[in-house]
Design a protein around this ligand. Structure first.
Ligand code: ATR
Length: 283
């Protein structure tokens, strides 16, 4: 599709962004869904965020994503945020309607959609989340909202795990919550186990947070790390016969959900699942 006077621009603001896969995902999607738009990444540090946002308004760019380190700081520059962004206390997607900026968060929902695509419904599931950073928080809160039965949060710094577990139980009383350090993790009767730490991320691709094979054999083992696409954590699980889900799936779905917000249009996600191998050279 060629660029013309009607081509819309969408973008990512983050720092650093040189390894981001978002431009590949969005430009592929725009092409396949016949949307006359392009997506680019801007390396914007903390001090420049407000100027970047003013520039976006001046140019009437109709939507953008924010990533590390701006997911919380962006909120004070917006006019409003939606319910899910409010629950997560962070924004990754912004829609600009004539200079009025609204913030959304598609991170947790992207993970849930990726699960649904693997025919897994979160309702009544027992879940272990390893890690207690921003990604862990987004995923756990969305799972709690969607009716998970129990959520165990395990983290190296146990205080951070406790904080997330407390927050879930204060907002969602029906969810059984627990927290632990990684050594004392409960490995029995889990439906879904998710590595939400950065352990195993390139270039440290030989490390893994915990041996996934300590969990019951019918658990789905997931990783939010997507570089490498098949992390050691997932590979060890796969070799032992576990079902696995990689971080690319979450990345794809959070991107599709952002596009749906910007364009008010259903975006075909099947294209990605069918062509994932070609687009990202993976699995
Ligand atoms: P994000 O926003 O992407 O989730 P983050 O907030 O920096 O990133 O969180 C990173 C997570 O990876 C944390 O849970 C961190 O554990 P701590 O809270 O104890 O720091 C975890 N993590 C990173 N490196 C780790 C390591 N070598 N061993 C164990 N956990 C690690």
């Amino acid at each position: 599709m060629s660029i013309d006077a009607d081509t819309k621009l969408f973008c990512l603001l983050g720092h650093p962004i040189s390894k981001s896969l978002s431009p590949i995902i969005h430009n592929y999607s725009f092409e396949e869904n016949e949307v006359n738009a392009r997506y680019v990444a801007f390396d914007v540090d903390k001090n420049a965020l407000k100027y970047a946002v003013n520039g976006i308004k001046a140019l009437n760019i109709q939507g953008f994503n924010v990533t590390i380190p701006h997911k919380v700081d962006i909120i004070k520059l917006l006019d409003e945020i939606d319910e899910e962004a409010n629950l997560l206390g962070a924004v990754n997607t912004v829609k600009n309607v004539n200079g009025k900026l609204t913030g959304f968060n598609t991170d947790g929902r992207g993970f849930i959609q990726a699960l649904q695509n693997n025919n897994i419904d979160i309702k009544d599931k027992n879940i272990t989340i390893i890690g207690a950073g921003g990604a862990a928080r987004a995923i756990t809160m969305t799972m709690a909202k969607d009716g998970a039965r129990s959520i165990q949060v395990a983290n190296r710094t146990v205080e951070k795990a406790k904080k997330i577990a407390y927050e879930i139980s204060s907002k969602f009383q029906n969810v059984v919550t627990s927290w632990t350090d990684i050594q004392n993790i409960n490995t029995v009767d889990m439906d879904i186990v998710v590595n939400c730490t950065s352990v195993g991320m390139y270039p440290d691709a030989e490390s893994f947070i915990i041996d996934p094979c300590i969990f019951n054999k019918n658990a789905l083992i997931c990783d939010i790390v997507y570089k490498p696409t098949l992390t050691k954590f997932l590979n060890v699980a796969k070799q032992s016969g576990y079902r696995i889900m990689g971080g690319i799936d979450m990345l794809i779905y959070q991107a599709i959900l952002s596009e749906q917000i910007w364009l008010d249009k259903k975006i075909n996600s099947k294209l990605f699942t069918e062509k994932k191998k070609d687009i990202f050279n993976i699995l």
